[in-house]
Design a protein around this ligand. Structure first.
Ligand code: UDP
Length: 238
């Protein structure tokens, strides 16, 4: 992994739901609170963040309602960038230096995605926020989180979820008998079709032996625990 500090390096995935507080658009109060939670642990790890955009648009949903899929996916990617800017703003207000890197060139708004520069930013104590997904239609930001984590040599990818606090034996929102799983392998999660994270992300991590933690955003301190590497949620390995 070359020269690097002793700090853990993590890639945190925040889904769009985190930014909207359950509604469409950005809820500044919610983003401010997320920034505060990250601030509390910012010195303890090198942190990069992949931001989702489901609080604005999901390409698959728009295409079901008549839009051409790839155009709809680009709308989805652009939505993630707005979330990035909101997060950047509140992190910087709390005294943390940040850089946004977007996979679609938009130089007034964000740097381009330059992995080695992203690593350098983290080494200097900055938080790097990745926007616009992979810049490719038909991908999800979960998959991008796995890819970015691999490319920046993160120790773990941390998938923050809303409304669910880990991987369950089936969907806990529809099945009251669903049981939470503390540890699982990628192979088993894929074989059992457990869908809290998309299959492409699981398989990319599996092929490259990158550990994943799936955890719930709800509950004070959860984000900090995940970033510090304390036991939380479900750990997926293998
Ligand atoms: N998207 C895409 N390519 C990417 C990342 C995202 O096309 O590399 C689009 C896709 O339409 C997706 C939307 O952006 O539905 C928002 O991302 P995602 O659904 O992953 O956000 P989240 O569910 O995490 O809020």
């Amino acid at each position: 992994r070359g020269l690097r500090s002793e700090k853990r390096r993590v890639l945190l995935k925040l889904s769009g739901e985190v930014f909207g507080g359950g509604a469409i658009g950005v809820n500044p109060d919610v983003v401010a609170d997320v920034a505060r939670q990250i601030r509390e642990v910012a010195d303890e790890a090198e942190i990069a963040i992949v931001v989702g955009g489901g609080n604005f648009f999901r390409g698959a949903e728009l295409s079901q309602r008549g839009m051409e899929r790839t155009r709809a996916d680009y709308m989805g990617m652009l939505g993630t960038v707005m979330n990035c800017l909101a997060l950047q703003d509140f992190l910087e207000q709390s005294g943390i230096e940040t850089r946004v890197q977007a996979a679609i060139p938009m130089p007034q708004v964000a740097e381009g995605y330059i992995p080695r520069r992203a690593i350098r930013h983290m080494e200097k104590g900055r938080i790097v926020i990745f926007g616009a997904g992979a810049g490719l239609p038909f991908f999800s930001t979960d998959t991008v989180a796995a890819q970015r984590a691999l490319e920046i040599h993160a120790d773990e990818v941390l998938m923050a979820k809303n409304g669910v606090d880990g991987v369950y034996s089936s969907d806990p929102r529809t099945n009251p008998d669903a049981e939470k799983i503390d540890d699982i392998t990628y192979d088993e999660a894929l074989r059992r079709g457990l869908k809290v994270v998309d299959a492409t992300a699981f398989s990319l991590c599996m092929d490259n032996k990158l550990p994943m933690v799936v955890f719930g955003m709800e509950g004070e301190g959860n984000l900090g625990k995940a970033i510090r590497g304390e036991r939380i949620g479900t750990r997926v390995t293998g």
